[in-house]
Write a protein that binds this ligand. Sequence first.
Ligand code: UTP
Length: 234
Amino acid sequence: MKTVVISLGGSILIPELESHRIREYVPVLRAIAEKCQLYVVVGGGGEARRYIEVSRALGIDEGTSDEIGILITRLNATLLIAALGKDAYPVVAETHNEAKKFAESGRIVIMGGITPGQTTDAVAAVLAERVGASVFINATSVDGAYDKDPNKFSDAKRFETLTPAQLLEIVGKTALSAGSNNVLDVIAARIVERSRIPLVVLDGRDPKNLSNAILSGKFVGTIVSESGKNPFPV
Ligand code: UTP
């Protein structure tokens, strides 16, 4: 059975607590998990952003603000686990080793953040490497990788394919600070380059995009690999 790692951005799963998309994601993740061993790394979303803003306003350092962000990602992960019921391993994995161990259950394994100075994309990239994933998916709130933030710049250019080196060049231009916004953090981009695992950046605002991609190979997004070949269906 193939292994798939999804970085499920908090900005799409739980943009704000009241407008969460967990109900729509549960059947989609269940359908995917019937075809592969699935790992999902959940982001912090709006709640993490709000906590980090308050933390900064209090003059708290970036590392501690990151720790607060991590707690929120784990809270979001706990909510997703509970919603998935018996289909998910009942505990949030707090290390990559733990995630591998939990996968022996055959259930969906869920993680949040693990260490300051990065985002859940980096957690997911390392996880993909550790578990020998056949594909690493970054489900995010844009329809692919751009040369700059498309929400801020109207002339941002979208890519159908990128090599890992090109991705690294793009993300290298953005500063790393608690709660910072980029298609992928620099650490994640480096791991993608060294692991040679194909990365697909796809629009997760509609949960069906995710299942269509994995199960039938149809998606709108950006493939990041040396070959640029569509890695789906798994
Ligand atoms: P996210 O991974 O959710 O970052 O972690 P994000 O860029 O806000 O992603 P989306 O929008 O949810 O998709 C939230 C914050 O938690 C801290 C960082 O401060 C990050 O910005 N964090 C997360 C860490 O410090 N380490 C981790 O391993 C994960």
